[in-house]
Ligand binder design. Sequence first.
Ligand code: NAD
Ligand code: ISE
Length: 334
Amino acid sequence: VTVSVGVIGTGMIGQDHIRRLTEVVPGASVVAVSDVDAARAAGVASGIGARALPSGHDVIADPAVAAVVVTSWGPTHAEYVLAAIAAGKYVFCEKPLATTAEDCLRIVEAEQAAGRRLVQVGFMRRYDAGYRAMKQVLDGGRLGHPLLVHCVHRNVTVPESYHSDMAVQDTAVHEIDAIRWLLGEEIVSAQVLRPRVTSRRFEHLQDPQFMLFETASGVRVDLEVFVNCQFGYDIQCETVCEAGTVRLPDPADVIVKAAGGQRTGVLQDWKQRFGAAFDAEFAEWIASVREGRLTGPSAWDGYAAAVITDAATEALHSGGVVSVRLKDRPGELP
Ligand code: NAD
Ligand code: ISE
């Protein structure tokens, strides 16, 4: 059975996910789209033979839509996810689940009241082959307990609209989810140090930032976020355990030796680096929707990420160590 999908938000990642659902993922078809930029939605819809509807709520209410993808701006996510839950429809929401922890909690509670899992959050690193191999090694247990994790998240550059808080909320949020998932435990505190800033930045931006997290069992995590590094999109992660270490591989590339030197390319953006992970994320989401049993990052994961990013944002401004206070986790939904 083909899953009929409605997409709310046909901007950059919305269009990429529509292409993926149309050309890459088996068993899915995009039947309706919407965007506040109606012309953009109409253009995207005509390219794939879908209908452009006036609002996101029309997409959710459309009887032909079985599952909803939310790829609009972050502040609009909560409204659409809550409406999809109220309509009893599966909803895949790009990160963030909502821009406040309170809204994330409302979503967790609404899904609990609905009595079944409907929400998945777009934390695609869980679908990256390297992260999955790392988790397999850690879960296998032969390296003993994890003790430290060293992470790096570098972007070539960011637009002027990117401000210091976004290093936590937009960028570090990926490591925050990956760490919780890799280690299978919660982050309990956050601290953000402000190194010397790069001169190739905007006045308003603290870049780089050096973040420190602690987990419930005492694992210490350091994360360099450097979003104007100039040279490439560079994601690193190494976990140090009692009897060995496990590190993400760099994406495969040829090594060219010439003129007395040797060169390997560095990827330039997240679309390239995580393209295969996005494909796997949507293939598994569609398969789980068909089976009626979601398996990916949950509303609780979206809520936890929001609380931790709030703590890290407070830490960025205060300079202190800020504790993470999560509500009690509700039981697993079917
Ligand atoms: P974008 O600005 O390119 O696209 C967002 C689109 O949403 C725009 O076309 C805008 O007109 C539309 N929109 C805004 N409000 C709307 C509303 N109320 N109803 C319908 N449409 C509305 O942004 P983007 O880069 O595509 O990002 C979209 C989301 O995806 C963000 O939440 C972002 O954080 C997330 N994202 C995730 C990743 C990742 O690595 N997983 C990467 C990039 C972006
Ligand atoms: C962007 O929103 C993403 O999600 C990318 O994965 C991340 O690398 C980038 O820093 C964010 O701005």
